[in-house]
Design a protein around this ligand. Sequence first.
Ligand code: GUN
Length: 294
Amino acid sequence: MTAEIIDGKAIAATIRGEIKAEVEAMQAQYGKMPGLATVLVGARKDSQAYVSMKKKACAEAGITSFAHDLPADISQADLLKIVQDLNANPDVHGILVQLPLPDHIDDEEILGAISIEKDVDGFHPLNIGRLSMKRREPLFVPCTPRGCIELLDRTGVKIEGKEAVVLGRSNIVGLPVAMLLLHRNATLTICHSRTKDLPGVVRRADILIAAVGRAEMVKGDWVKPGAVVIDVGTNAVDDPTAKKGYRLTGDVDFDEVKEVASAISPSPGGVGPMTIAMLLRNTMDSAKRAVGMK
Ligand code: GUN
């Protein structure tokens, strides 16, 4: 069997088109544009690249960006002040503080200072707390986990009653995506680097979310025939034949697993574009809430 390839780029483009139409409708009806503030601290190449892609996607959809590119040695107090000023700015509907922050910054305090009405990353402890409980609605769901579920939904994959396995337990992806799968009535297993017989546990999955951050760790014989595989990993591996000297690859050995799975999202080109689309979705939803648009 060769798996259906879940084209995250195409699905994300559709969603971005939907958002663009809503932005135009908001402008026409309310004379307002949605606004996203990006806060980037330091000069990590990966974070710079992610923030730049997010700003570009905002511009294409008609969302105004408010960029704050800050030095790596900024103080906790100065960073906190910037977040507080953004909380008070009515043109800003979403605040994104790119992670990771430098070691001297207490990221828990910074993320907790973002107004929950503008927490488009969904990382505020209140939003995460609500996401983790039954029948409590967070204002925002974190972008990458929401993107994983959206990929499943838009591919027509039924989640209810399925064995879902999440490989990885990060605050940004593993834990929140597990909560979302549980809310959708999957039977859930979370596994990680200390799990005994990891291949055996992963092989239980009807739906596998690989978010462990280890290049091509999931092999063909780790996957149940017919499973649906969502690869969240983006890992740089040395490749002397590539122009940059490296290539990006997922947590899944794509060539092996595509012969076993019924559907698979590649990386790059799967979850990555969805994270950005969901950030635009959350920002648009926040702006709609702010202006009272249905
Ligand atoms: N770092 C890695 N992923 C993310 C994300 O989704 N949002 C933010 N703010 N930082 C990240």
